[in-house]
Design a protein around this ligand. Structure first.
Ligand SMILES: NC(=O)C1=CN([C@@H]2O[C@H](COP(=O)(O)OP(=O)(O)OC[C@H]3O[C@@H](n4cnc5c(N)ncnc54)[C@H](OP(=O)(O)O)[C@@H]3O)[C@@H](O)[C@H]2O)C=CC1
Ligand SMILES: O=C(CO)COP(=O)(O)O
Ligand SMILES: [Zn+2]
Length: 355
């Protein structure tokens, strides 16, 4: 008997462009959500966009409440849940980078309420995906959460955000190359379910970003447009797959370990970019593919070495040798690297200097 089911949850309205922030109310009105919004934002994001979103809600006859979060924590998710209940909110709107968006997304999941994403930075594909990531104990990777019903990305605001957030978003997309390679490997070796559609979309998204690298430059608003569209596409690939597999392989495991070993030192996207150089080398050896990844990252101004990440060599080796333990996800790391192999890999790729 045929017994397969596919359930793909995608945003209904995706609005990307110059000065589109005031269209948030219109994008939401089309969703026919009942009740008033609870806006979840963070300090800077509130200044650059959150207050304007709240004012627009008020101007449209709504009575929004606001929660400002400073840390990505389960305590913050709980505070949002309690406020949503106390204010009898009808839906949640996350305004900011990955932190307030993930918190709103995870709270929405618990509350079984609609969620809208208003990114103020193009820092990683979590701003458009149905995956939420809040650190808890040793766990750093994403879990299934409420996908956004709408995404409103104002490129004027995003282009004004610190440039490194945009290069981090680019590197998160470039890491799709190795994520898909790991997924295909896991399919071949472990019969892990593989989606041709999700894999192809994720890989094509990375290729298109690299092909359009010339239009990704600091001070050019078009950069925000190109990167946000790539992040949307990567988020859709994850929705099709029903997991983060199309956008997260061993390079992400490496980054999650760095988050544990050297918390708050480098941005997620920058870490996974360096991780991609390393894991592509493991996939293809001297053949040149890993140098293409390194050169694409360098061309965009994203880090390609431990020193550029601000992370010491010992942390890189520890992350490489322990990354396979993070979750049950088969990758090129297999059962793990030993220390001398990890050191050889990191020096061969120039991620750390030969001692
Ligand atoms: N769901 C997923 O799949 C993934 C989720 N994550 C999660 O996302 C978070 C990291 O994402 P990131 O976006 O870096 O986090 P933040 O939301 O913390 O944003 C990064 C910084 O940029 C600032 N900022 C945001 N927008 C602007 C702007 N327009 N102008 C000036 N400054 C701005 C923020 O300031 P302020 O805080 O003051 O507003 C903050 O200091 C982590 O919690 C991580 O776990 C990471 C990867 C994947
Ligand atoms: O960052 C992500 C995809 O780019 C999410 O991946 P994880 O599931 O590994 O957290
Ligand atoms: Zn990522």
């Amino acid at each position: 008997m045929f017994d397969k089911t596919t359930w793909i949850r995608l945003p209904r309205n995706v609005v990307v462009g110059h000065g589109v922030l005031p269209q948030t109310t219109e994008a939401i009105a089309e969703l026919h959500l009942a009740g008033d919004p609870l806006v979840v934002t963070s300090p800077t994001a509130r200044e650059v966009a959150g207050e304007r979103v709240v004012d627009d809600f008020v101007a449209n006859g709504m009575e929004p409440a606001t929660v400002v979060v400073e840390q990505a924590s389960f305590e913050a998710v709980e505070r949002v849940i309690e406020t949503a209940r106390a204010e009898e909110a009808g839906f949640l709107v996350g305004v900011g980078g990955g932190k307030p968006i993930d918190i709103a997304k995870m709270a929405s999941d618990s509350l079984d309420m609609g969620f809208v994403s208003v990114p103020t930075a193009a820092s990683h594909d979590g701003i458009v995906s149905g995956r939420g990531s809040v650190p808890e104990g040793d766990s750093r990777h994403s879990v299934a959460a409420e996908p956004p019903l709408a995404v409103v990305a104002d490129t004027e605001i995003i282009a004004d955000a610190p440039w490194e957030l945009t290069t981090a978003g680019c590197a998160d997309i470039i890491s799709n190359y190795t994520a898909v390679r790991d997924w295909q490997l896991a399919h071949r070796l472990q019969n892990v379910e593989y989606s041709e559609y999700a894999g192809a979309l994720s890989q094509m998204t990375a290729e298109m970003l690299v092909d359009n690298a010339d239009s990704i430059k600091q001070g050019l608003e078009e950069s925000a447009w190109v990167v946000v569209k790539a992040l949307v596409s990567s988020g859709v690939a994850m929705s099709i797959a029903g997991s983060s597999r199309p956008a997260s392989g061993a390079e992400h495991l490496f980054s999650h370990q760095l988050d544990r070993i050297a918390p708050g030192t480098a941005l997620h996207g920058h870490q996974v970019g360096v991780g991609s150089i390393l894991t592509e080398y493991l996939h293809s050896g001297e053949a040149g593919r890993w140098t293409n990844i390194r050169d694409a990252l360098a061309g965009l101004g994203a880090p390609t070495t431990a020193a550029e990440l601000g992370i010491d060599d010992a942390a890189i080796i520890e992350a490489l040798t322990s990354a396979h333990e993070i979750r049950d996800r088969y990758t090129i790391l297999g059962n793990g690297m030993n220390e001398s192999a990890a050191r050889e890999l990191a020096t061969a790729t120039g991620v750390i200097d030969r001692a």
